[in-house]
Design a protein around this ligand. Structure first.
Ligand SMILES: Nc1ncnc2c1ncn2[C@@H]1O[C@H](COP(=O)(O)OP(=O)(O)OP(=O)(O)O)[C@@H](O)[C@H]1O
Length: 269
């Protein structure tokens, strides 16, 4: 495991949180990921970028435990991870947002965010029936955490609004809030800026940076648009046709000829 390191801009990166080793993922005859290795360090913002069909979503789904690769190993917090159910992934401390926002439209913002606390709920139905006090204390603690997140993401004024009535940018912020309610060690963001205007992208970037700074949450995100992640990320993995073609700081990646070619659509044969 690597040791802590101070980046040139004074940020502290911890040891290895997640280690992807020689990952290969196939769908029938299609190889979506070909022998890719990279790590995610504690406290960093790590982006995975690449053109259409590069394999980014497939990679995010391997990180989140939704897909199990045919080859390679996934290590998280020092342990090798096998196939997992979604609730097991959540208990490990991994939360995510989705590209096509996955919220309950008819429920209020507050109630949607409360669903993010489910993995932290200890009292069962029996507790709630027999030992009401314990369940009530737990509920109050969850509400406090949720209110803290609501303040942090500045969504107080819409806390009672049904999510279905919100504009796109705010829905994305509520989804981020719900993921944060799980108090994840690793936060996965699936194209957090997709479909946003410039102002909404700037807001989202600021919230991601603040979350990382304030809560110390490690962030891994996939993005189609190379520009928006360059200011945000500590390190960037670049994928193209299922392969890793670049890995490094934003400056290193920007100067990488393979990356430039991939984004300009230079032919591969
Ligand atoms: N469930 C699936 N079944 C079959 N093929 C798939 C599946 N998911 C992805 N693929 C294929 O794997 C390759 C990588 O797709 P993936 O969606 O991971 O790329 P991406 O970089 O996320 O693309 P985009 O930016 O367009 O979302 C593509 O050729 C895609 O058609």
């Amino acid at each position: 495991m690597s040791v802590a390191e101070i980046t040139p801009d004074g940020r502290t990166l911890g040891g290895t949180l997640m280690d992807m080793r020689n990952i290969t993922l196939r769908f029938g005859g299609v190889t979506a990921i070909k022998d890719i290795s990279f790590d995610i360090r504690e406290g960093e913002i790590r982006a995975i970028i690449g053109p259409n069909g590069a394999g980014k979503s497939s990679m995010l789904n391997v990180i989140s435990g939704f897909y199990n690769p045919q080859e390679g190993e996934v290590w998280f917090r020092g342990d090798k991870r096998g196939p997992m159910r979604p609730y097991q992934v959540a208990r490990l401390g991994i939360a995510r947002t989705f590209q096509n926002i996955a919220l309950f439209d008819g429920m209020s913002v507050l109630d949607n965010i409360m669903t993010g606390r489910l993995t932290h709920t200890k009292s069962g139905i029996l507790d709630q029936a027999i030992w009401w006090g314990k369940a009530q204390r737990e509920e109050i603690a969850h509400r406090e955490k949720v209110e803290e997140i609501i303040d942090f993401l500045e969504i107080q004024r819409i806390r009672k609004t049904p999510v279905g009535r919100l504009p796109y940018g705010l829905k994305k912020r509520v989804e981020l809030a719900r993921a944060l309610a799980a108090e994840p060690k690793l936060l996965l963001l699936d194209e957090p800026m997709a479909g946003m205007n410039v102002e909404e992208k700037e807001d989202m970037s600021r919230y991601i940076l603040d979350v990382n700074d304030e809560f110390g949450t490690t962030v891994a995100l996939i993005e189609h648009d190379m520009g928006v992640v360059m200011d945000l990320s500590d390190r960037v993995v670049v994928m193209d046709y299922g392969r890793k073609i670049g890995d490094g700081t934003p400056d290193e990646v920007r100067g990488n000829q393979d990356v430039i070619d991939a984004y300009l659509g230079v032919s591969h044969d």
